[in-house]
Design a protein around this ligand. Structure first.
Ligand SMILES: Cc1cc2nc3c(=O)[nH]c(=O)nc-3n(C[C@H](O)[C@H](O)[C@H](O)COP(=O)(O)OP(=O)(O)OC[C@H]3O[C@@H](n4cnc5c(N)ncnc54)[C@H](O)[C@@H]3O)c2cc1C
Length: 393
């Protein structure tokens, strides 16, 4: 959506396909990071964006055993918004779609599912799509697979994937939040259990981390036992855990981390999760997808306006974005294996790890995780022009 917006804004005829009839899906990742907010600032849409209902997280904390610890402090970031915004992803996408629709070059086709790639003289030349009104062919100078971690585009293009082992899965659910509950919480690490809780004002969005493939065993033990696990981590949730009435109230996220060896073929490029599925550790998947989109627009808007995108142009996008992706994934894999995997396997409460002791002793060090989470490696800035004269009145 962001790439479609940026290209259309630069004057490139752009069609965005979405297979669903809306963007309304729960637990899809609702964090908008300072670097993404900065992109919206550069686009001049940040004030309108912040008028939409959202929560602002200025510090991230956690609890190890019964010890609270503050991990990240966003208040010193070199960005205009020094906080992480929490907003349902469908509201964010609706907002971007609405702003993009002001450009006559932007076309969003909902309920339109890409099912095959068109080829012409050794190049990908567009897609075949399924719509309620029948099949549709869309021919294009460039086709971009931004269709997420189960990308059909990358599969149809035969792009090779490197998969990295992941020791965890996550169970997502929501529980009512009360005004006297603790504030923002990053995560609980209690007695070999890990739970992340995001404050959504009226409810908590909870992510309960389990060992890979461990959901069957949890189900076998039964829902009352799972509710007890929640209450053991956060005793104030004991009664509210009863809001989980059936397993359907709990969604399993099968965590995967992978990356394409080559992100492109002549006429085709993959970005976002389609090029590199991210672990939920640090909640940076949306941020990376947005940064990919900004870099792709910066590099490709010129060639697209001239009507010809070469494999070298596409290689340049991969070269630019591969480094931040690779280093972020390495960090996520390190934390999954060395911290999260170890906590999950522990029989008794582990003591506070030394990096957290340092963060507790010297608050200024909290700026480092804030920068890694809030901005990440190699932040991108909007360089594409605004073909403002074409805006619909
Ligand atoms: C449960 C969960 C929680 C997460 N939490 C966070 C978080 O807190 N913070 C964070 O930053 N990241 C989080 N992530 C990761 C984040 O959601 C992704 O990294 C990010 O959304 C990737 O963006 P994307 O645009 O590449 O793909 P997606 O957001 O997956 O978007 C792909 C879109 O393409 C559409 N589509 C798929 N196939 C087709 C097709 N054939 N034709 C047409 N349309 C198609 C899909 O319907 C979808 O709308 C989470 C992920 C999950 C699953």
């Amino acid at each position: 959506m962001i790439l479609g917006f940026l290209l259309a804004r630069a004057g490139v005829e752009t069609v965005v396909l979405e297979k669903h009839e809306d963007f309304l899906r729960d637990f899809r990742g609702d964090t908008i990071h300072p670097s993404t907010l900065e992109v919206m600032y550069e686009l001049g849409i940040i004030d309108d964006f912040l008028k939409r209902p959202h929560q602002e997280v200025r510090q991230l904390g956690g609890q190890v055993g019964r010890e609270p610890v503050m991990v990240a402090d966003f208040s010193h970031l070199p960005t205009h918004c020094r906080f992480l915004a929490l907003m349902p992803q469908w509201d964010f996408l609706d907002f971007i779609a609405e702003r993009a629709a002001r450009y006559p070059t932007f076309h969003l086709k909902m309920k339109t599912e890409a099912v095959a790639l068109l080829q012409h003289e050794g190049r990908i030349a567009g897609v075949k799509a399924k719509t309620p009104d029948g099949p549709l062919e869309i021919r294009a100078e460039l086709t971009v697979g931004a269709d997420g971690r189960h990308s059909i585009v990358r599969e149809l293009a035969g792009l090779k994937i490197d998969e990295f082992g992941v020791p965890i899965d996550v169970l997502w659910f929501r529980l009512t939040r009360r005004p006297d509950d603790p504030g923002q919480t990053l995560g609980y690490f209690v007695n070999g259990k890990i739970m992340v809780m995001l404050n959504r004002e009226s409810y908590w969005q909870c992510g309960f981390v389990i060992s890979k493939g461990g959901f069957d065993e949890i189900r076998r033990r039964g829902l009352p036992s799972f509710r007890d696990d929640i209450a053991e981590i956060a005793p104030y949730l004991r009664e509210r855990a009863a809001e989980l009435r059936e397993w359907n109230d709990i969604k399993l996220l099968t965590v995967r981390v992978d990356r394409l060896r080559s992100w492109y073929r002549p006429g085709l490029l993959c970005i976002g999760d389609a090029a590199h599925a991210m672990s939920p550790v640090g909640g940076v998947g949306i941020n990376l997808a947005v940064q990919d989109a900004v870099a792709a627009a910066n590099i490709l808007a010129g060639p697209l306006l001239q009507g010809s995108v070469s494999p070298d142009d596409l290689h340049e996008v991969q070269r630019r974005r591969q480094f931040p992706t690779r280093i972020t994934q390495r960090l996520q894999i390190f934390l999954q294996n060395r911290v999260i995997g170890r906590v999950l396997g522990a029989r008794k409460q582990l003591s506070l790890p030394w990096p957290l002791k340092l963060l507790r002793r010297w608050p200024f060090l909290r700026r480092i995780p804030a920068r890694l989470i809030g901005i990440g490696f190699r932040p991108e800035h909007v360089k594409t022009p605004d073909a403002a004269s074409r805006i619909r009145s």
